[in-house]
Design a protein around this ligand. Structure first.
Ligand code: B3K
Ligand code: ZN
Length: 876
């Protein structure tokens, strides 16, 4: 690997040499190239003349440059492929630059590009430099005015940030629209859209009486699918007012849906750009999960208006300042929309599936990273999801009131500024008069802490002692870790499953709640409870109060008791998961493949779930879902994917043998044939589909699956049946797949699902099928949704076939990454991640994965993005 790109370090941060107060942009959109004219009012940050101004620029053709109206002589500036440096500048000046760019050729989908017939932008993190030369860093905040000129027939709708201030026609027939955004913002929040778009319009009146125009723009064939997004937007706006006292601040809020997008959505000021996946929803073509995604992402991007836009990041190392915080706000919002317990279970599943393995692998990094080669690689589960857990811990440690006091102080101090995670922590600490110095280690230390809990019961003294030890494994560049400050929420259950009063030895006698938050701060701590009349069962880490791995040596009986009786829904679910995990790990540890994996404790716990299923079907669905193969793998020092699959399947067969007829009853009682989208109907569908998913692992289920597919009245049911059918190579599967494609061949988002179910198939020849599907006329490497549906789903969601022993899965992924590297580096680097998780695989797999990583590493012209992931991924 030659020409290695250099790492950027947090410690090297320098304040900007110049500020830009206003930016005037003019875009002339032409099919043979776009001309961008910019006029910047600049001033040296120290008020002195003479400092060089360094502007970022990427893939730009510089046409003209002038300072204070005078063309700049060549001797006063230098251009290379990354930057433009200007010398001998006065303390204050007007800089004008004209560049030419080619959005039509932009397959990286950063900067200005074309998606279908429309122009759109993606500037976070460093896309603005592909539009014009600019100090493209978040601590340079300016007021933008944007004029867009285009052909009115192809591009009747012209949008940018802020308020629409003027419009007109030119003599040559083109039209133009001017936008002005009064809020100073970093360049990463700039947006432009031009296209022939349909608009769904509504209004929202804020608490203080501002009448806001809400607009969702989509391509015409997608009209009619935006009701859910609009409703979600309005509830998010009302929620942020109600819970945080935060109002929207412009006269309009626009959302545009585009087909080709590198991630979910983007919070550009006043003009969000969304992946169609995260906006469009309708019961016929979207699953219940899709509906939830739309609601969550709409809310997330809206919440960024305060946490991200009004208060932004000083530099990209602080990304979690806005992302962790906004994910937490999104989680709070979603918990308020339905069952908070079920939502919490989903959050923990995601954290364990995506973040724990990241924290345990070669790309582990702290919530606030110390260095990066390409910042695009740091939009990670650690920055987002662990970052959100860190915010949740402030909320737990300070209490809801203390947390909101801290938020208020944060906005009071920093509205309109670009700040750091330290500033956020200081606001929380100062508003509550708390010392959070130790808590700040959550930002600087990578790795998932381990909490080992032991207990001792003294029957004579009626005293119960919990000993809590914490440790954290080494991660790249961090051999030793200092103890974290974290909340451990717990309770004690008596042998009948009743909550016991918690008399802490050093607290007042009258103070005996049923639940306590223990503050863990040291390597080892003891908590002594008095007046404990019998040996209790500890209920630990309720609500998953900290992002840690908890170890306590529960017996099967204790886990069954917790699963049946604990006061906390998360812990009830977790106890069942831990029981199943324990049994599967034990089975894996035996020399001979065991005849049975489930035992009477697990079966009776599941029986209890089935009997109580009607009380909360959505919860029952979660409790009936066994821990994933990936989760089991994450518990092991050496991972044999096939063995894990065998054991999990055996466990499911035990469940069917014992509870099959009850599962069938539950299935029949809960399956529906309607499109009702209320929480109760969605819960019943989830339960029916989970039961069907278990039954499908048994024998003679083809008719059941075929019927479910045929009778489905909504996409959740239809896709559930299709996915289960697609595991088998038979006529029923082929017929359903053909029918599905026939029905929805014209709906891109449904065609993604068609690719995805095939990518997830347990069929042994899945790698070959995927290779064939990549030749399908509907497949395209330039559309990230397609790539994620087929390649991403396979490599991340189908461990059994991705790790096929002959290495076909690894080769397929590496071949694809090499092609994508030249098309879309960001997506290429992301697709590559599963190959970097070779360290704990069995030796044959390890070798195969490393070989493919090395092959990618040796390729010519690697993008920075891919280079960073490959080179870190190869480190032992
Ligand atoms: N802030 C964007 C993510 C941008 C990713 C750039 N590679 C979406 C979000 O988190 O809301
Ligand atoms: Zn975000």
């Amino acid at each position: 690997m030659s020409n290695q790109p250099a790492a950027i370090r947090r410690a090297d941060y320098n304040a900007p040499s110049h500020f830009v107060d206003t930016v005037d942009l003019r875009f002339e959109l032409n099919d043979d190239g776009t001309i961008v004219s910019s006029r910047l009012q600049c001033r040296a940050s120290d008020g002195e003349p003479g400092a060089d101004l360094l502007l970022d620029g990427n893939e730009l053709k510089l046409l003209e440059i002038s300072v204070d109206g005078q063309p700049l002589p060549a001797a006063r500036y230098t251009v290379d492929d990354q930057s433009l440096r200007i010398r001998d500048l006065p303390a204050q000046f007007e800089l004008e630059i004209r560049t030419e760019i080619h959005p039509q050729r932009n397959t990286a989908l950063e900067g200005l590009y074309k998606s279908g017939g429309m122009y759109c932008t993606q500037c976070e993190a460093e896309g603005f430099r592909r539009i014009t030369y600019f100090p493209d860093r978040p601590d340079v905040m300016a007021v933008y005015t944007t004029t867009i000129v285009a052909d009115p027939n192809s591009y009747p709708v012209l949008l940018s940030n802020g308020n629409r201030v003027d419009a007109g026609h030119l003599d040559d027939g083109r039209h133009w629209v001017r936008w002005h955004d009064p809020f100073p913002k970093p360049s990463y929040l700039f947006a432009l859209v031009a296209g022939d778009l349909a608009c769904h319009q509504d209004r929202f009146v804020t608490a203080s009486g501002r009448d806001v125009l809400l607009q969702i723009f989509v391509e015409h064939h997608n009209t009619g699918k935006t009701d859910h997004a609009m409703a979600a937007l309005k509830s998010a706006m009302a929620w942020d007012e109600r819970t945080h006292g935060l109002e929207y601040d412009l006269d309009r809020y626009m959302i545009v849906a585009v087909d080709d997008f590198n991630m979910g959505a983007m919070e550009n000021k006043g003009l969000n750009v969304f992946n169609t996946v995260c906006v469009l929803a309708d019961p016929e073509t979207s699953t219940d999960r899709d509906f939830e995604t739309v609601e969550a992402v709409i809310a997330h991007e809206y919440f960024h208006n305060w946490t991200g836009n009004r208060v932004t990041c000083r530099d990209w190392f602080q990304l979690s300042l806005k992302e962790g915080l906004t994910v937490f706000r999104e989680h709070q919002f979603c918990a308020d929309q339905g069952s908070a317990e079920v939502k919490r279970i989903g959050e923990v599943r995601t954290l364990r599936a995506a973040q724990f393995p990241e924290d345990a692998g070669p790309l582990a990094h702290p919530v606030r990273p110390d260095s990066y080669i390409d910042i695009s690689n740091f939009y990670t589960a650690t920055v987002y999801n662990k970052g959100s857990e860190v915010i949740r811990m402030y909320h737990s440690l300070l209490g809801a009131e203390g947390y909101y006091r801290g938020m208020q102080l944060y906005f009071k101090r920093h509205d309109g500024q670009a700040v750091t995670c330290d500033d956020f922590l200081a606001a929380m600490a100062d508003a509550n008069d708390r010392d959070l110095t130790q808590f700040s280690r959550w930002y600087s230390q990578a790795g998932t802490p381990v909490l080992e809990v032991q207990d001792d019961y003294d029957a004579t003294a009626q005293r119960y002692t919990l000993t809590v030890r914490q440790s954290c494994p080494a991660t790249p560049g961090q051999a030793e870790k200092l103890p974290f400050h974290l909340p451990l929420v717990m309770g004690l259950l008596d042998q009948g499953g009743r909550s016991m009063a918690l008399h802490l030895a050093d607290s007042a006698a009258s103070d005996a709640p049923l639940e306590r938050l223990l503050e863990i701060t040291s390597h080892e701590q003891q908590f002594v409870f008095e007046q404990v009349s019998e040996r209790p069962v500890p209920s630990l880490l309720r609500g998953f109060s900290a992002p840690v791995r908890l170890r306590y040596d529960y017996t099967d009986q204790q886990l069954a008791l917790l699963a049946a009786h604990d006061a906390d829904g998360f812990t009830r679910w977790e106890a069942g998961q831990q029981l199943a995990t324990k049994l599967m790990l034990a089975a894996l540890g035996r020399a001979e493949p065991p005849a049975h994996v489930a035992n009477e404790h697990l079966l009776s716990a599941l029986d209890g779930v089935l009997r109580r299923a009607s009380e909360d079907p959505a919860f029952a669905a979660e409790a009936l879902t066994l821990p994933s193969e990936a989760y089991i793998a994450d518990q092991l020092a050496e991972v044999d994917v096939e063995a894990i699959h065998r054991v999990r399947e055996a466990c499911i067969r035990d469940i069917i043998a014992e509870l099959g007829s009850d599962l069938e009853t539950i299935y029949r009682e809960n399956r529906g044939t309607d499109q009702a989208m209320d929480g109760a109907s969605m819960g019943r569908r989830a339960l029916a589909c989970t039961a069907l998913g278990l039954l499908a692992r048994g024998d003679d289920v083809e008719d059941l699956l075929r019927d479910h597919y045929r009778n489905a009245a909504n996409m959740t049911d239809r896709l559930c049946a299709l996915g289960l059918l697609a595991h088998t190579d038979n006529d029923a599967a082929a017929a359903a797949l053909a029918d599905f494609h026939d029905r929805w061949r014209n709906d891109d988002l449904v065609v993604n699902k068609w690719f995805q179910v095939q990518a997830m198939s347990l069929r042994e020849d899945t790698p070959e099928l995927i290779a064939q599907l990549m030749e399908h006329p509907d497949f395209s490497l330039t559309n990230p949704n397609r790539v994620r549906s087929l390649i991403g789903a396979f490599a991340q969601g189908n461990p059994l076939r991705f790790h096929r022993p002959d290495g076909a899965g690894y080769r397929l992924l590496a071949d694809t990454v090499l092609q994508l590297n030249a098309i879309n580096p960001q997506v290429a680097a992301r697709m590559l991640l599963p190959l970097t998780r070779w360290q704990r695989q069995i030796p044959s797999a390890r070798e195969g994965m490393r070989r493919e990583l090395e092959r990618i590493g040796n390729a010519h012209k690697l993008s920075k993005d891919v280079f960073e992931v490959v080179s870190k991924g190869l480190q032992a």
